[in-house]
Design a protein around this ligand. Structure first.
Ligand SMILES: *[C@@H]1O[C@H](CO)[C@@H](O)[C@H](O)[C@H]1NC(C)=O
Ligand SMILES: *[C@@H]1O[C@H](CO)[C@@H](O)[C@H](O)[C@H]1NC(C)=O
Ligand SMILES: *[C@@H]1O[C@H](CO)[C@@H](O)[C@H](O)[C@H]1NC(C)=O
Length: 243
């Protein structure tokens, strides 16, 4: 939906964080990318002024963040369309904000078991990250993966902003019950999903933003919408339709 910048600004001051989900839109020309840019710029400014506002990017949301930060598309094609992978943690992972509070056994599972769901064609290679001054300055790499040909970034966090990006899908594990390669529902995979969600919610709790009144807040809640079951052979088991 095409809203004005003023409308997005009002939403920005009502919510406690932004999640850029996976999807299939153009990350440079779509309305989604336009809205992302507006929120991203507002978030940079707010955090600079001490007004805490976190952003989370999953899959295409990860990719969108790289475009927002680098001001160009530096992604490359990888063979990662439907595969569960273990994370290769960097030395920065243990002391990162994102992974710091994860239990040790979960970190071990994440690094040894194939429990992160990858459903992407595009990736940010270590090579392009390293060569791009803006990305390198802005993000710290927490984990990588390899499709056999190229090492790409699977998890990163911004150095000076509460911005987080995962190329994998923590949310699919507990909620997406379609039987295809790359889908995992093991206890450790669901635990990883829970801890990533818990982390981002704890970040959002630090934000002081709020709706101007209760009626506006109620109107914005997800409970106003009912998910629609699309059948087990659909691309997604259940969909939300807005508008
Ligand atoms: C680096 O980014 C360019 C786009 O600017 C892309 O064409 C190229 O494939 C990328 N290379 C690697 C190794 O990721
Ligand atoms: C687990 O991931 C690795 C890549 O890190 C891959 O070589 C291996 O085949 C995968 N195992 C399974 C059972 O998918
Ligand atoms: C993180 O810490 C654990 C033990 O606390 C250690 O086994 C592991 O090697 C560390 N990981 C990295 C990437 O340094």
């Amino acid at each position: 939906i095409n809203r004005t910048e003023e409308e997005y600004k009002k939403i920005f001051h009502s919510i406690n964080g932004l999640l850029l989900p996976g999807g299939d839109v153009d990350i440079q020309t779509s309305q989604f990318s336009r809205a992302s840019r507006i929120f991203y710029d507002l978030a940079l400014k707010a955090n600079d002024a001490g007004d805490f506002f976190p952003i989370w990017g999953t899959c295409q949301g990860f990719q969108q963040l790289t475009v927002l930060t680098a001001n160009r598309n530096l992604l490359t094609l990888t063979d990662t369309k439907s595969v569960a992978l273990p994370l290769t943690f960097t030395a920065a992972a243990n002391s990162s904000r994102l992974f710091q509070s994860f239990p040790k056994d979960l970190m071990q599972s994440l690094s040894e078991e194939n429990i992160t769901a990858n459903f992407h064609s595009w990736s940010l290679s270590i090579q392009n990250y390293t060569r791009n001054f803006k990305l390198k300055k802005f993000y710290r790499v927490l984990s990588t993966n390899n499709d056999g040909k190229r090492e790409f970034i699977s998890t990163m966090e911004a150095k000076h902003y509460p911005f987080y990006a995962v190329q994998w899908h923590p949310e699919k594990t507990p909620f997406e019950w379609i039987d295809k390669p790359g889908m995992v529902h093991t206890t450790s995979a669901v635990t990883a999903s829970f801890y990533t969600a818990r982390f981002f919610v704890s970040e959002a709790m630090k934000s002081q933003h709020h709706f101007s009144n209760l009626a506006e807040e109620e109107q914005a809640l997800i409970y106003n919408f009912s998910p629609v079951f699309r059948g087990i052979h659909a691309v997604f088991v259940q969909n939300y339709y807005f508008d």
